[in-house]
Design a protein around this ligand. Sequence first.
Ligand SMILES: [Zn+2]
Length: 342
Amino acid sequence: MAENKKILLYRIDEQAKNVIFVVTEDDPKLWGNISEDMQTILSFDEIFRDITEFRNGFLDYEQLTDELIGTINGRGAVFREILERFDDNRLNSFNFFTRYYSDTLRDIFLSARADIDKAGAFFNTRALKKSTEYVNEVFNNIREVMRDDWNFDFNSESDMKAFRLSFDKIIIRGNDRNDIYTVADTALVNFFYDFSFAIHSRKLYVCSCKYCGKVFLGKKNAVCCDGTECQATYQNELKNAKRRERDNGTYQKYLTKLSNYIGQQKPKLSARVNEDSEVLQRFDKERKAYTQILKDKIEEYQAENRLPDDEMEQFYIQLRKKFARFWNGLAVEWEKEHRGEL
Ligand SMILES: [Zn+2]
């Protein structure tokens, strides 16, 4: 083979919550030159969304790819026509996985097609069968990986499995560098395992943004993604909730004041009045009624998003005065009724 096989390297940075990908060739001489501009850095969220999108649209992708595989040993014109559609699909996609799988498969398809063209008029059935078999095997592997939820168990909740997997690491060390990359297998199985586990060990969960509806990886029960607009709305809502809470406190202050005030009135009368159960019952009834009046007023304010103001202060003062009148009246009445008993 004149050209080296392309390989995908990845390095997961759990702290930064991103993954660094590098596409290079299977040639150690090239690895030392891997520079920053050869890296594609994707955040955990971006990868997660791309995986989800790719898996959700996999039936369409599979259809197109199967069509292309079906024409590998057919007429050249048909193969090229479908290859064009396959290429368009890759070019129009911003999805990392669509692009990666398409590039990988394209190389394999073209090399199989070249083999078949070489066999040409001789129609070497054995060579033909071998080529298409390999193509099918590679795509079947991708198909299986995509369909198996176990590979995408981001929260490590599924049943335990143990198996052996071989893959290479590439270490670029020296000149203040110590980069350790993993060489991804063609179907990206090892990448999905590593990625899922990174999500798990960072204690991230699959959440859904209540503003834009997008899924994202966040703390357990998180409701807002990292999107600028969503964050702005979310922060605003948080602020409003805090203000509501504070305002609530401001309203509650009046209820506390009233309760304290009423409580202080009782001892102002003689112990004998306070021992009269009828008096106590009336006191309690009035206390409840006044509290309810104040509560209703507060609810009115809250419904109108109105902060306590002078009117509220006056309302409270009037309420207090009314209660005082009731209580004093009760005392006078009691004294009258019990005159002579003292
Ligand atoms: Zn959002």
